[in-house]
Design a protein around this ligand. Sequence first.
Ligand SMILES: *Cc1c(COP(=O)(O)O)cnc(C)c1O
Length: 229
Amino acid sequence: MESQLEHADVAAHLSEVKALIDAACKKAQRAPDQVTLVAVSKTHAADRVRAALLAGHRVFGENRVQEAEDKWPALRAEFADITLHLIGPLQSNKVKHAVATFDVIETVDREKLARALAREFSAQDKHLPVFVQINTGEEEQKAGVAPAAADAFIALCRDELGLNVQGLMCIPPFDEEPSMHFALLSKIAARNGLTNLSMGMSGDFETAIELGASHVRVGTAIFGARDKP
Ligand SMILES: *Cc1c(COP(=O)(O)O)cnc(C)c1O
């Protein structure tokens, strides 16, 4: 009973978020199919994630390789056509597992990692789409390439390493107005000929859509609060 209630919960929240995305698209005069909802299922048990799958959702985000390895093989066996995005920092020694587990890597943020990914994509003959993470707030503790270094890094990834760079990703500083960060990400993407922007979370995905997001990463608004931040 408890779990059925939870399932109804997740399905209801999911359709609310989708309706808000559609409304934001309409307001921005964008087609709803230009925005992909990445449902962020980190820390949530497979059973809760299954509720979103049963409701028809197929695109998910996880921030830790180990957690995704534990959770997703069984779900993939149960549901076809899942697309799993890695949205958390990736250590070079986990690249092999990440390439085997995920379908999109959103957090390419340094040369060592880019090179390790290029090698592993060849080794597994699995050339995954990637996003370059930009540290738009230039925060010391946060991952991502500094805005000033972005063009050169994107060129390295694409031209020298042959990575399939599809867009840029950012996580704005927690305590700042996100708009300027979304606008900066959009500007860097435009001058590099990239069209995909992964930006916007539960608190600001509508703003992100207004500013051109192609992917919004929404966790709490779908699955509820997480035990650990
Ligand atoms: C956890 C996480 C999200 C989802 O955040 P919510 O506020 O729960 O929607 C989005 N992006 C990244 C990179 C995350 O780690």
